[in-house]
Design a protein. Structure first.
Length: 399
């Protein structure tokens, strides 16, 4: 949620930033409703003050009090309606993008920062489903389309990858977490998934719970409503969890193989930091992800997403794209983002500072995800990097 006080103080600056995300009209609507709400507050307060009398009221005062009460009731209803509308509109205004974020809304508008490593020159680049052992046909009978079994050596490869990432991050002080994957609506609203991404979330209506699409959601909600001590910061977590996404609107895209499925596993970095440490922390999380990808020996590139292609809560997002030989191109495999104080304002996560309580800044970043295992299969055509064998991966993945 954006800072309304800052929006009132510098509306033109924030409007210009949000226009880059196509949200200028939503911002103007929010300010208009907020102005109406602010105009009603002193009127309500004035009428409430007029209800207080010393001593026994006269008949004239009784009549006036009745009139005041009626007007107060109407204004209180109007104030409550304006507050509800303001709060609903505030949920639909995204985080203003950082000045370093490029304009645009498509993959072509992303700004490439660097390329690392050389893509392998393969005479016959087989797809991951031809190398590893996946069973999507049987999974379809059990769960429906876009699910798959990871079997045998392929499963061991993936498990080794998760453990490598957790070990590398735990060695850097990240606290390992196995979070719940079922979350309440408040956690989705708090992390900015709702209302913008509702169509991609699986719901269990009977229990009023939702399947999380990323560990970012339960990790972000870990300190909901808390006031942390400044000495505790930064707090850094590394979470492993299954993730679930309906992939609504993705019909016809990546229908082959395991690239775009409804369930996948992911190791996620999450950090709570002070505002002044926020942008350095973003670079730290990105460096962690790049170190893992380099250790695996994969060629990749880093891009900054354009303003119109970031998720609602984020002020800046890096994508790490790994080379996929079967597609002859780099594919998005990890995202690393800074939500500044946007999520913390919704979640009510603060810390005790010298001048009172301050909102933390929250950041998240993929460490590894199933798609990286697919990239390993394709780039090395079944051979497994030495670093993963210490974690139980085979020397060679057999189909």
């Amino acid at each position: 949620m954006i800072d309304l006080r800052a929006a009132r103080a510098e509306p033109e600056r924030i409007r210009a930033a949000l226009a880059r995300r196509g949200a200028a009209d939503a911002f103007d609507h929010l300010l208009a409703v907020d102005e109406r709400w602010r105009a009603l507050v002193p009127q309500v307060d004035e009428l409430r003050g007029r209800q207080k009398l010393d001593g026994k009221p006269t008949p004239e005062q009784v009549a006036e009090l009745r009139s005041v009460k009626e007007r107060l009731k109407a204004l209180e209803d109007e104030l409550a309606a304006a507050e509800r509308e303001r709060d609903e509109l505030a949920l639909r205004v995204p985080n203003p993008p950082h000045e370093s974020v490029p304009d645009g809304a498509t993959d072509e508008d992303a700004e490439e920062i660097r390329r690392v490593g050389e893509p392998p020159q393969l005479r016959d680049a087989r797809e991951h489903t031809e190398i590893g052992r996946f069973d999507m046909e049987r999974a379809a009978r059990v769960s429906g389309s876009r699910f798959g079994y990871w079997i045998g050596d392929t499963a061991l490869l993936a498990l080794a990858l998760y453990r490598l990432a957790i070990d590398r991050l735990a060695a850097k002080g990240f606290v390992p977490v196995l979070p719940p994957v079922l979350v309440r609506e408040e956690a989705l609203i708090g992390t900015g998934q709702f209302p913008s991404l509702e169509q991609n979330v699986y719901e269990l209506p009977g229990d009023r719970l939702y399947l999380a699409g990323t560990a970012e959601i339960p990790l972000g909600g870990l300190h909901t409503g808390e006031i942390l001590e400044e000495s505790e910061l930064p707090l850094r977590y590394v979470g492993f969890s299954p993730s679930f996404r309906r992939e609504a609107g993705a019909a016809g895209r990546d229908t082959r193989g395991m690239i775009r499925v409804h369930q996948f596993n992911k190791v996620e970095q999450f950090a709570f930091v002070r505002a002044e440490e926020s942008w350095d922390e973003l670079e730290r999380l990105l460096a962690n992800t790049e170190e893992i990808v380099r250790e695996l020996g994969l060629a990749y590139r880093v891009v900054v997403l354009p303003a119109g292609d970031m998720s609602t809560a984020m002020a800046k997002t890096y994508d790490v794209e790994i080379w996929f030989p079967s597609q002859d191109r780099y594919r998005e495999t990890a995202s690393v983002s800074n939500a500044t104080d946007f999520q913390a304002r919704r979640l009510g996560t603060r810390y005790r500072a010298e001048r009172g309580t301050e909102l933390v800044h929250t950041l998240n970043g993929t460490a590894v995800v199933d798609r990286m295992a697919l990239a390993l299969l394709e780039n090395f055509q079944g051979e497994v990097p030495d670093v993963l064998r210490a974690y139980g991966a085979p020397e060679h993945v057999r189909p």
